[in-house]
Design a protein around this ligand. Structure first.
Ligand code: ADP
Ligand code: MG
Length: 335
């Protein structure tokens, strides 16, 4: 009883090759950088893009097979909420939400639309036109429209990416509530780790059209298996023995194969750091993070290490600079 997606699909020179299943009632977050194929994946599941090969099925019923598209998008009971809300500009908010229900001949379309608008906190906007809405309001209306159509599978394409920092947290929280209440089987794609952390049961990581990692949320985010995922979710994951690092003592005697530590635990200095758990590294690049700067450090023959430092201390950290990194033993978790 699940959504099964085992397909190869392409757009131009890009190829998506994935095998994923989402148990009914669960939320799968698909994380990946821009261009990794997240929107392509949703388009294939929604039936907007035909796969070259493979099969998509929902609860054992084939939606698409190798011989061609079987079930047209309008009959899939799959709701796609794209990156753009795409509300009809000439219709009111209420008419937008009721549109699909009316098209299916539902007599209580307007009442149901009002119900969803109320649930999503935008009941006061029912008579407005889309151009009179803020980005956050339009996102809520678009979500109401997707839910009002009573899909069995919900596909969300970066539902919060276009929202500003004041609107996104509230809608993320509301989305979490609605997903739990409705128990909808959901594929949510995002480049933001927080969306997966708060909304997903399972997480898959997409890189250049391929799934590089897949598992329960806590495992993928907390103890990623690949360096790509670790860098993407913002944890340092290095092999045991890296830089002579000693972790904090661990109760279990199981063999330690990897060490994990947070970027905020890493101290970067220009001068040689003679403390234990210090190593020499080269600055690869700097990027902004909320409240500071993230420095990517290269060590020969090892994965990069991320360090979060405050903006006042970065003047000497240009790419190529030789520095010393230190992480206290108590901040290093053995895995
Ligand atoms: P994501 O949603 O993860 O950012 P997309 O699925 O939109 O990635 O895109 C994956 C790849 O497919 C990108 O390399 C992009 O340039 C390419 N692509 C997307 N849409 C089209 C299209 N209509 N025609 C050709 N290539 C496309
Ligand atoms: Mg996209």
């Amino acid at each position: 009883m699940s959504l099964l997606v085992d397909v190869t699909a392409g757009r131009g020179s890009f190829t998506l090759e994935v095998c994923l299943d989402v148990p009914a009632g669960e939320v799968l977050a698909v994380l990946g950088p821009n261009g990794s194929g997240k929107s392509t994946l949703l388009d294939v599941v929604a039936g907007l893009l035909a796969p070259h090969r493979g099969e998509i099925s929902w609860k054992g019923r084939a939606l698409s097979t190798a011989t061609g598209r079987l079930v047209p998008p309008s009959e899939r009971r799959v709701g796609l909420l794209g990156q753009d809300p795409l509300l009809f500009p000439h219709l009111t908010v209420r008419e937008n939400v009721a549109f699909g229900l009316r098209a299916r001949g539902k007599r209580d379309a307007l009442a149901r639309a009002d119900g969803w608008l109320d649930r999503l906190g935008v009941a006061s906007l029912t008579d407005r036109r889309p151009r009179q809405l803020s980005g956050g309001q339009a996102a809520r209306v678009a979500l109401a429209r997707a839910l009002a159509a009573e899909p069995e599978v919900l596909l969300l394409d970066e539902p919060l990416a276009a929202l500003d920092a004041s609107a996104a947290p509230e809608l993320r929280h509301l989305l979490g509530e609605v997903l739990r209440e409705t128990g909808l089987t959901t594929v949510l794609v995002s480049h933001a780790v927080l969306d997966a952390a708060l909304l997903a049961d399972q997480v898959a990581v997409l890189r250049e059209g391929q799934v590089v990692e897949r598992g329960p949320r806590a495992e993928v985010l907390g103890a990623p298996r690949t360096a790509f995922t670790a860098a993407f979710v913002g944890v340092n994951l290095v092999p045991a023995g890296f830089g002579g690092l000693r972790p904090a003592p661990r109760a279990s005697r199981a063999k330690v194969t990897k060490l994990r530590f947070r970027p905020a635990a890493v101290v970067v200095s220009e001068e040689r750091d003679r403390r234990e758990n210090s190593w020499e590294a080269t600055v690869r690049w700097l990027e902004p993070v909320t409240g500071g700067v993230r420095v990517r450090l290269a060590t020969p023959d090892h994965p990069d290490v991320l360090a979060d430092v405050d903006a006042a201390s970065v003047s000497h950290l240009s790419p190529g600079a030789r520095v010393w990194a230190h992480v206290p033993a108590e901040a290093v978790q053995p895995l």
